[in-house]
Design a protein around this ligand. Sequence first.
Ligand code: NAG
Ligand code: NAG
Ligand code: NAG
Ligand code: NAG
Length: 175
Amino acid sequence: MIFARMLLATIVALLSGSALAIHTIANGSQITVTTIITTSENISAFQCWTFSAPFLLGPAPFLALNLGDFDNLTYRVFPPHSSTGVHNAPRHQLILVQSGIVMITLPDGSDDPVYAQPGPSGLILALDVEGQGHTTSQPSDEEGLVLELPFRNGVIPPHKVINETGACRGQESFL
Ligand SMILES: *[C@@H]1O[C@H](CO)[C@@H](O)[C@H](O)[C@H]1NC(C)=O
Ligand SMILES: *[C@@H]1O[C@H](CO)[C@@H](O)[C@H](O)[C@H]1NC(C)=O
Ligand SMILES: *[C@@H]1O[C@H](CO)[C@@H](O)[C@H](O)[C@H]1NC(C)=O
Ligand SMILES: *[C@@H]1O[C@H](CO)[C@@H](O)[C@H](O)[C@H]1NC(C)=O
């Protein structure tokens, strides 16, 4: 138990470090997003994607990147040390982590968990609407707060797959 807490504290410290990094978004910058897909074997898996649209300058001094249309917005709170069962994404949606750590686990252990937290790693595309599914948990003492935005008509924005076999580990940033 103590070991588990120390391990978690280390993970939190490591993640916080990366969240404090300074990211410079310039005209033409692209954003990466860890995506949960359903594979042809009908299991959930992580990929690393980048949206095709870049940040563009304007109106000054802003840079803007539009990701299309969404149906609605839901705040979801994960109490400390809580976990969902294995579930599918209810629809194609974008998840934005606002606080805490959201840990996403594949039930078959085919890849390491993804830890999403506020900052560049806190953007997740949940697209595994069928098949085996995934587990979402809040492993820390903090409350987790996420925003869920389902894409209108399930339309996924134009994108490129950067890593077909894994999450954006250490690549969560503006490209
Ligand atoms: C911003 O980048 C786009 C292409 O990525 C380019 O077409 C546009 O001219 C650039 N704008 C400025 C102000 O540099
Ligand atoms: C994939 O899994 C879902 C259960 O979520 C099932 O309904 C569907 O038939 C499966 N598809 C294939 C191709 O096995
Ligand atoms: C939000 O939109 C989704 C469709 O993308 C719909 O299934 C869901 O019921 C909506 N939620 C609310 C609370 O209206
Ligand atoms: C893709 O992800 C896998 C699994 O995390 C990793 O082993 C591999 O190095 C990644 N490939 C690239 C190009 O980042």
